[in-house]
Design a protein. Structure first.
Length: 164
């Protein structure tokens, strides 16, 4: 049963399916591999000085930790269907692709606004909960927004908004 106080994790159905596939792999294939490593290491004898056994047990701990983490994500997933968002079509929202101009450096960038579990800034996918994502949400092309970032205030002019 999910904890009522647990955070909800916004994500697409595709991302949830990826997480479920990873969990299935870890609980079946990977768990068997780790069990075999432990079994093999036990066969080497004295466990008190058996580095292979220690490594296998550490790997098992990491595996169980990852499985638990994925289960929490699945139990608290909040599927966001882009077609259900009631925002006007020209407004930045989850799923939008936003082209912006950094006014200080006169540089253009393009970002896709995604849920926190899909964010990958290096690929231009920023979370709707990040400082930039929060600042851009609800705005339209032509608007200028200020982002409070660790490096200071960044002013972005929205050049275009594309919603699929």
């Amino acid at each position: 049963m999910a904890n009522a106080n647990a955070s909800r994790f916004k994500m697409s159905q595709e991302r949830l399916d990826e997480i479920k596939q990873e969990l299935y792999y870890l609980e079946t294939v990977r768990e068997k591999e780790v069990s075999e490593l432990i079994k093999e290491a036990r066969s080497f004898g004295d466990l008190s000085e058996n580095s292979e056994y220690d490594e296998a047990k550490t790997e098992q701990g990491k595996l169980y930790s990852k499985i638990a983490e994925l289960k929490v994500l699945i139990e608290n997933a909040e599927i966001v269907d882009k077609s259900e968002i009631d925002a006007p079509k020209d407004t930045v929202t989850l799923g939008s692709i936003v082209k912006v101009l950094d006014l200080e450096f006169n540089e253009e960038d393009s970002y896709e606004i995604v849920g926190s579990q899909e964010a990958n800034p290096k690929q231009g996918r920023i979370s709707d909960d990040s400082p930039a994502g929060r600042a851009l949400r609800g705005h339209r092309a032509g608007d200028t927004v200020s982002v409070l970032a660790p490096a200071g205030e960044i002013r972005l002019q929205i050049l275009s908004v594309e919603n699929k």
